[in-house]
Design a binder for this molecule. Structure first.
Ligand SMILES: *[C@@H]1O[C@H](CO)[C@@H](O)[C@H](O)[C@H]1NC(C)=O
Ligand SMILES: *[C@@H]1O[C@H](CO)[C@@H](O)[C@H](O)[C@H]1NC(C)=O
Ligand SMILES: *[C@@H]1O[C@H](CO)[C@@H](O)[C@H](O)[C@H]1NC(C)=O
Ligand SMILES: *[C@@H]1O[C@H](CO)[C@@H](O)[C@H](O)[C@H]1NC(C)=O
Ligand SMILES: *[C@@H]1O[C@H](CO)[C@@H](O)[C@H](O)[C@H]1NC(C)=O
Ligand SMILES: *[C@@H]1O[C@H](CO)[C@@H](O)[C@H](O)[C@H]1NC(C)=O
Length: 573
């Protein structure tokens, strides 16, 4: 508390133009660019080269991502003082390419009773006339969650350094008449405009275990009225954090502004479930006349539903990139270590590489792919000619920096005869991947990559496929197995799994992994299943990190192509 006052005073003197000394003092308080960089990579083996992270301290949800006057903005939940959660402000960085980022002073920080105990997550909306507005959750002196509005101070400043809070704040408070639990009322979305000229937005909530997206409407973006019915809810899902709602097309990979409706437009509703630490989404029909949203048949509308990412990925949020006509997804990667360890290393949390996101042509799922811009970090390309990976073999991919790489591999199977039969009781892919880790031989698979691997294979993170037979069809299981990712005994080393909606007989079975010291982001089937792994190798660090392809099935598998690149370091904050 005291610290926060000191910091706020510093910033206020800066705002009032009291000179440069205060600026340096305040920057020294919350970010100290030299200190991390001078620490040798030996002492900080888990810092990344091209994932977004602040120089130090705690980070969680991405907030208010947007593009304004050609500049990408990322705000994020940040503790300016420690590597654990608390004192939350909106830290702020900007970029022209989503790869290299410059840090700015926090944009929104506790200053009024309505946000004095924290400035929590929220979203940006670009109002007509190219005017950004931020809606965010503030924590008031009674620790109630209220909603606030902030606008840029100077629209001519493309970096939008200074934000002014609305004199109408708080614009929404939880009331008992409205039957809203003041501790479950947060994370307003980007607003969209209905055909009646009124804005809509949703806020995450929970009533007796039923998670929901409360719907609000407004004519002027200041006065908001709760709709009688939530946009959507689902029983036993608990608190819906960071809901997201946006249009996608049934026939194009393009993205759309949140207000777009019309022929061929479907809607995606995503919730982050505080109770499970997982997210899920449905695709469905939104009717703006009566503000109903109905998930399409086949979507599971609870924590067992489809996820953007089956690994560590939470509090995510999309935005419409009007410069490239795409929808871009940001998501937070938390640590798997405890607070003592995080405090010792001085930082906690990263953002996943932003992903372009679109609806698969089947309409059955969302597809994701790292934004194209990240490819400009590729260097030292290595190509492997087509090669049979004999059952039980391992192949080192030499010539790339194993700790900092992008690898894209395409598998081909010629004989499906020996695929194991999928037991109908095996409905939980996570369990199936845990039970049958990378070392358990099957017919077709496990085959895939061992990344962040030590030379002697004592340590590795395995990303792999298994192919099962179901009557006359085949099913692909994708797994990420962390059980051997680190010699640290007591760190969390889970196994992740998902069935892929992919017919290996007719479609390409591809795997791309982005490797960055302590993060592995893997994309199966050109973006059909994504896994983020948070790992802490002890031997596979720096030059000790290697990359292998492997096949631990009995049957041969062909690598029809393999391309790998070392990745250059991005300029981040
Ligand atoms: C607004 O931003 C522009 C561009 O950075 C700058 O030139 C101008 O001085 C700013 N105006 C004020 C009032 O600060
Ligand atoms: C997309 O939706 C439009 C309008 O509902 C429909 O006519 C069209 O057939 C759909 N296209 C695909 C590929 O499903
Ligand atoms: C909303 O409107 C749609 C289309 O007119 C209709 O099918 C649906 O039943 C309506 N829902 C409610 C709850 O009124
Ligand atoms: C955190 O983990 C470390 C190493 O595994 C252990 O020594 C320490 O006791 C743990 N701290 C807490 C607070 O659990
Ligand atoms: C492949 O199987 C062998 C024998 O079970 C095991 O030693 C090795 O670790 C496995 N490879 C992977 C990647 O798990
Ligand atoms: C796997 O490939 C090797 C080398 O091409 C070949 O000798 C072997 O017979 C193949 N095994 C099977 C089961 O097809």
């Amino acid at each position: 508390m005291a610290k926060s006052c000191v910091w706020v005073i510093c910033l206020f003197s800066l705002l009032l133009g009291h000179g440069v000394l205060e600026l340096e003092a305040s920057q020294h308080e919350y970010r100290n660019p030299q200190s991390m960089q001078s620490q040798s990579s030996k002492r900080q083996p888990y810092r990344t080269a091209y994932h977004f992270q602040p120089p130090q301290n705690w980070m969680n949800d991405p907030n208010g991502p947007m593009i304004y006057k050609g500049i990408y903005h990322l705000f994020y939940q940040y503790n300016p003082y420690e590597a654990v959660w608390g004192n939350i402000v909106w830290a702020h960085s900007t970029s022209t390419d989503l790869v290299n980022w410059a840090a700015h002073p926090p944009a929104i920080y506790p200053s009024h009773p309505y946000d004095i105990n924290g400035c929590w997550s929220g979203s940006a909306t670009i109002l007509p006339g190219e005017k950004p507005a931020i809606l965010y959750t503030g924590i008031n002196p009674q620790n109630r969650q209220v909603q606030n509005l902030a606008m840029p101070k100077n629209l001519s400043d493309p970096f939008l350094i200074e934000w002014v809070k609305s004199p109408y704040n708080p614009i929404l408070i939880p009331t008992f008449e409205n039957n809203i639990d003041p501790s479950s009322f947060r994370d307003p979305t980007t607003a969209w405009l209905g055909p009646d000229g009124r804005w809509r937005m949703i806020i995450g909530s929970n009533r007796n275990g039923r998670g929901m997206a409360l719907l609000y409407r407004s004519k002027d973006f200041i006065h908001w009225k709760k709709a009688q019915h939530p946009l959507h809810s689902s029983k036993d899902t608990g608190m819906w954090e960071c809901p997201d709602f946006y249009p996608v097309s049934n026939s194009s990979k393009n993205g759309f502004d949140s207000s777009v409706i019309g022929s061929g437009i479907r809607h995606v509703l995503k919730a982050s479930l505080g109770g499970t630490g997982h997210e899920y989404y449905t695709v469905g029909t939104y009717n703006p006349e009566n503000d109903t949203y109905v998930p399409d048949k086949g979507f599971v509308d609870d924590s067992r539903g489809l996820r953007y990412d089956y690994g560590k990925f939470y509090g995510s949020k999309t935005f419409f990139d009007s410069a490239k006509n795409r929808r871009v997804l940001w998501g937070w990667i938390s640590e798997s270590t405890n607070a003592t360890i995080d405090l010792t290393k001085g930082w906690s949390g990263l953002q996943a590489i932003p992903r372009k996101l679109w609806l698969d042509k089947s309409g059955k799922q969302i597809m994701q792919w790292p934004v194209k811009e990240i490819e400009k970090l590729r260097t030292n390309q290595v190509n492997l000619p087509s090669k049979v990976l004999i059952g039980g073999s391992v192949l080192e991919v030499a010539g790339v920096t194993g700790s900092q790489a992008d690898v894209d591999i395409l598998f081909e199977i010629s004989d499906y005869e020996k695929a194991d039969v999928l037991d109908p009781s095996w409905t939980n892919p996570q369990e199936l991947c845990s039970r049958n880790g990378a070392s358990v031989k099957g017919g077709l698979g496990p085959f895939g990559l061992m990344v962040l691997a030590s030379k002697d294979l004592q340590e590795y993170t395995a990303v792999f496929f298994r192919i099962f037979k179901v009557q006359t069809n085949y099913v692909v299981l994708m797994c990420t197995d962390l059980s051997r990712s680190s010699l640290h005994l007591d760190y969390d080393k889970p196994t992740y799994g998902a069935f892929m909606d992919l017919d290996p007989v007719r479609e390409k079975l591809s795997l791309r992994s982005l490797i960055d010291h302590s993060i592995v982001e893997s994309f199966g089937g050109e973006g059909k299943a994504c896994f983020t792994a948070r790992v802490y190798p002890t031997m596979a660090i720096g030059d000790g990190a290697h990359l292998f392809a492997f096949n631990n099935g009995t049957e041969n598998v062909t690598i029809s192509s393999l391309t790998a690149w070392s990745m250059k370091k991005a300029q981040i904050n």
